[in-house]
Design a protein around this ligand. Structure first.
Ligand SMILES: [Zn+2]
Length: 580
């Protein structure tokens, strides 16, 4: 069964490859990626690389490689469709037109119904428990806000909700599946949430997918969230995104917890969201990028909050978002700031938040003693490193000017230092890419593509063409005018070209998912070829040259089949001489 490319793309965008793989392999950060001991062959030094930037992996020891789907196929020993089903389950998606997933869809519908029923019941319990209402109004929440968020209360005792849901016809295993019951070692089921105020977690489609529960005193754990269920994945959900998604503010505010988000909402900032008791994930960052271009991080002003801000800043920037950081004086979090200084003042602060560059510069400055020369030098070095990461020269110029004035140095010297750092990084990147390519050529691909050895020059040109086409599907029309798959010399590369062309003709970007009938080893070899992409500058001229090289080699080999004499023989011998 061929699955729609759009579904596969959506699925892959929801899976973070490094998270998936770290469930099987202990990964260590290295450069911009991760490295670990390969799960597919036995080794003592790691040669298994994960590249988060374009979500693929490759082992230089055994040449296995590919994307999330390839990984699951290989490690779980599943066929393509089952691997997709496995990942869809993890991402909370339904594989289209699939009987087994229809059953699971029915289970999901049941869980959603139970959640809705539980939310209603928790809300009724809140009305019956003055202490819980007092707790919420003590936090400054109005009746209207309590209603809007559908807040509730899970009473003390072990089976209040269980009894209620059973009276509605649900069994204990159903309730457990919905994450609303736990099971004791004795096998007895009990209410998962007890003596807590309850925050329903609602998805962008308005469905109750889970709950957060908070104690009203100092007992632990302070927050308890629904476990992952068929409809709920903590790492994929954001609290209050349903309120924030359509807001015209043009930004999302990332706050630390439920009560911050609710306080912000009540003060006129419906664009606030929060993660569910865990650190921000790349999946959540990409989810935000679907609804906005800009995120203001509004974490607590303590040491833990600062660390979380740094981490979230990196993730959000990698997701292509413009990141700003809210800094509050005289309050530990937005909730307290609103209570002390009012919503209007917060709005002004939000509109004037500093960008993540300013934030990082001031963090660097705060950590150093700028009155000493040594402190100034360290600060300039850190500033140059921060500036070296900026893509926009205008932006770099503005910040360089600011830092230069602050410290009293020439702006140009700071900019050239930043440029030096950037060049060094680029050179290192190019070297690494070249090394990877050389390693790749030593094994792997030649085994999968046995014709490669006889037609080294031609297959190199073919691989170049595939690399360029992968990054620039818009070149396909140029290519198709002068070259057909039959012009490819090696069978294996021809199959890849046909698969890429098929995807492009359907309006899709070529992707490993258009290789559904390739074996895992073959997909690994394709990944190996694509690793060479950084060797190309990506221009149309470069493509034209590669095509020319290939067609030229092809003409000569056809010539070869006829008896050679005179001019043709000389040309052939000359070509052979060049090839050596
Ligand atoms: Zn390996």
């Amino acid at each position: 069964m061929a699955l729609p490319q759009s579904f596969i793309e959506e699925l892959k965008s929801r899976i973070e490859l490094e998270d998936l793989i770290s469930g099987y392999v202990k990964l260590k950060r290295q450069g911009g990626g991760y490295i670990g001991l390969c799960p597919f062959h036995s080794e003592k030094t790691p040669s298994f690389h994960v590249f988060p930037s374009d979500q693929h992996y490759y082992c230089f020891g055994c040449n296995s490689g590919g994307d999330a789907i390839t990984f699951v196929r290989a490690i779980e020993n599943l066929d393509y469709v089952d691997a997709v089903r496995f990942l869809a389950d993890r991402a909370g998606m339904t594989v289209p037109e699939d009987r087994e997933s229809r059953e699971r869809a029915a289970q999901r519908a049941d869980v959603l119904e139970m959640n809705t029923e539980a939310a209603r019941w928790f809300h009724t319990q809140l009305r019956a428990n003055p202490a819980a209402v007092r707790y919420l109004s003590g936090r400054g929440l109005t009746e209207k806000t309590i209603l809007h968020f559908g807040l509730g209360y899970a009473p003390e005792g072990w089976d209040n909700l269980l009894k209620h849901l059973k009276s509605k016809g649900y069994t204990e295993p159903d309730i457990k599946r919905a994450g609303l019951a736990g099971v004791a070692s004795s096998g007895r089921h009990y209410d998962y949430f007890r003596n807590r105020v309850m925050f329903p977690i609602i998805d962008v489609r308005g469905r109750v997918v889970g709950f957060g529960g908070r104690v009203m005193d100092d007992s632990q754990p302070k927050y308890l969230n629904s476990p992952d269920t068929p409809v709920f994945k903590k790492s994929l959900s954001l609290f209050s995104l349903q309120n924030a998604k359509g807001v015209k503010a043009g930004r999302l505010i990332l706050a630390e917890g439920y009560l911050d988000v609710i306080a912000l909402y009540q003060a006129g900032f419906p664009e606030a969201v929060a993660t569910l008791g865990t650190a921000l994930t790349g999946e959540q960052a990409r989810l935000m990028a679907r609804y906005t271009d800009e995120v203001v991080i509004a974490y607590d002003m303590d040491e833990a909050g600062r660390r979380a801000t740094d981490r979230a800043g990196d993730l959000l920037t990698s997701a292509g978002l413009k990141v700003r950081v809210l800094r509050l004086e005289g309050a530990k979090d937005p909730d307290e700031f609103i209570k002390k200084q009012g919503a209007e003042k917060l709005r002004r602060k939000l509109d004037q938040t500093e960008g993540v560059v300013e934030y990082r510069l001031s963090q660097a400055a705060n950590a150093l003693d700028l009155s000493s020369d040594a402190g100034k030098v360290s600060y300039l070095q850190e500033a140059a490193a921060i500036l070296s990461e900026l893509r926009s020269p205008v932006e770099a110029d503005v910040y360089a000017g600011r830092v230069a004035r602050e410290i009293g140095v020439e702006k140009e010297s700071l900019l050239s230092e930043a440029e030096r750092i950037r060049r060094g990084r680029q050179k290192k990147g190019r070297q690494q890419a070249l090394e990877q390519q050389q390693k790749m050529l030593r094994s792997g691909v030649p085994r999968i593509n046995p014709e490669r050895a006889q037609h080294l020059k031609a297959s190199r040109a073919e691989e170049g063409i595939l690399c360029l086409l992968f990054d620039h599907p818009d070149y396909y029309r140029d290519l198709a005018e002068v070259l057909t798959p039959d012009d490819f010399v090696t069978d294996f590369n021809r199959r890849i070209l046909i698969a890429f062309a098929g995807a492009i003709e359907q309006g899709d970007k070529p992707d490993l998912s258009c290789l559904q009938d390739f074996t895992i080893e073959e997909t690994g070899a394709v990944q190996g070829i694509l690793l060479g992409r950084n060797r190309y500058s990506g221009t149309r001229e470069e493509l034209a040259e590669l095509i020319e090289t290939l067609l030229d080699l092809r003409r000569r080999s056809q010539l070869h089949r006829q008896p050679l004499e005179g001019e043709a023989l000389r040309a052939y011998l000359a070509a052979m001489g060049k090839q050596k």
